[in-house]
Each structure stands twice: as structure tokens, then as C-alpha cells.
Design a protein around this ligand. Structure first.
Ligand SMILES: N[C@@H](CCC(=O)N[C@@H](CS)C(=O)NCC(=O)O)C(=O)O
Length: 214
């Protein structure tokens, strides 16, 4: 039995919850962070000194945090050969995209565009910086589009851990009112993802509650 500490509106919680659901694991999710708070208590900080969600506990194991590390743990422990390839070269060819998502796509999408557009009031926003973020996303989306041309998922015919890392951000990417690059293969991939029940349940979560109250 897994316990996940983290609110459903956190994208880093979403990637973990989607993975857990795809792997068919039992899980209890507890609302922590954001408006729920609870992530600055001594008890929480004893689990994650960084004070952020998600934190995941698997049975008697130690608290796990940093969503990519959690995700790789879950994939390595519970995933099959498709989800977490044993061959280091094959796995790395997918992990490249997982890592690139966290270090490159995520900061541009969430840091430069989603954060300001959703979490700030119009008068607080720096439109020039948001515009630069929107433009910066275009070549990144084209990179993903190239990767997904001719393959159903990053990991081949079925999803792997790399899809969990990359795919969970696409809900936000496609629902923000921004100008996007033309990316037919990425569009089809996104359609394929939201045909999945686990994706709809854990990733396609409204972010309206993250907006500032007026
Ligand atoms: N690198 C961390 C980032 C975690 C993170 O930034 N979590 C955010 C939510 S997405 C958080 O805890 N924010 C404070 C809060 O929700 O109270 C990870 O991937 O797990």
C-alpha cells in the first residue's frame, strides 16, 4: 500500500498518481500543500526536509520525494519490461526525454508561462517575459513532435515511465490560452493520452483553484 502526501492540483503529484494508477497499485492520497498546508510541520519536514509535495511512502520503506526519483523507483520496483526496460541503453534512450522534460520543458512551461498566467493577477504579470516563455515553448514542442513522429508513445507501442514524466505536463500545455507551434504528432499523442482513464482521473485536474482570489 502506497501513501502519497500531496494535493491533486500539483503537477508533481499528478505524475506520481498517474504512474501509480497505470501500474495498478493500491494507494491512498492525502491532501497536503497549497491551501491544505501541512507541509511545513516538523512531521512533514522529517519526511521531506525540502517541504514540498509529493512525498510517497511504500509500506515500511523510507519517505521518498522528488517526483522523478519517486517515479523511477515505482517503475523499477513495479513496472514490467515495457514500462522500465532492463537494458540500460534502451532505458536511457527514454530517460533522456524524462530528464529533458524536468530540466527544460517543465521550467519553460510551468515557470515562465503557467505560473504567471494562472497564479498571478493580470497587473502582477510581466507580459514580455510570458511572451518569451510562449515563444521558448515552440521549439521544445517541435522537439517532442519529432520524437513522437512514428511512435505511439515515447517508450514505443505502450506507455513507459518516460511518458508519465513528459505526458502529464501536456494537459496544462494544451489548455492554456497560448499560441502553440504546429505539432501534429504531439497533438495525436495528447489525444492518445486522454483516452486513458488514469490520465483523465489524475492529470486532467482543473487548476482553477490555483488562481489568486480576487
Ligand atoms: N522537484 C520537486 C518539486 C516539488 C514541488 O515543487 N512541489 C510543489 C507543488 S507542484 C509544492 O510542494 N509547492 C508547495 C505547496 O504546494 O505548498 C518534485 O519534482 O517533486
Amino acid at each position: 500500500m502506497l501513501t502519497v502526501y500531496g494535493r491533486a492540483t500539483s503537477s508533481n503529484v499528478q505524475t506520481v498518481m498517474w504512474t501509480i494508477a497505470e501500474l495498478g497499485l493500491d494507494c491512498e492520497r492525502l491532501d497536503y500543500g497549497g491551501a491544505f498546508g501541512g507541509n511545513d510541520t516538523p512531521e512533514f519536514l522529517a519526511m521531506n526536509p525540502n517541504g514540498l509535495v509529493p512525498v510517497v511512502i511504500d509500506g515500511d520503506g523510507p519517505p521518498l520525494w522528488e517526483s522523478p526519483a519517486v517515479l523511477r523507483y515505482l517503475a523499477a520496483r513495479y513496472g514490467d519490461e515495457q514500462f522500465w526496460p532492463a537494458d540500460p541503453a534502451l532505458r536511457a534512450s527514454q530517460d533522456i526525454w524524462a530528464e529533458w522534460t524536468k530540466t527544460t520543458f517543465y521550467p519553460t512551461l510551468i515557470g515562465q508561462v503557467f505560473g504567471p498566467l494562472v497564479r498571478l493577477r493580470p497587473e502582477q504579470r510581466n507580459e514580455q517575459q510570458i511572451g518569451a516563455g510562449v515563444e521558448g515553448l515552440k521549439p521544445l514542442a517541435r522537439m517532442l513532435d519529432n520524437r513522437l513522429t512514428g511512435t505511439a508513445f515515447i517508450g514505443g507501442d505502450a506507455p513507459s515511465f518516460a511518458d508519465m514524466m513528459t505526458g502529464h505536463l501536456l494537459y496544462r500545455y494544451y489548455t492554456l490560452p497560448i499560441d502553440r507551434a504546429e505539432t501534429p504528432a504531439l497533438d495525436t499523442y495528447y489525444t492518445r493520452l486522454h483516452a486513458r482513464e488514469a490520465y483523465r482521473q489524475h492529470v486532467m485536474v482543473s487548476y482553477e483553484s490555483l488562481r489568486p482570489s480576487s
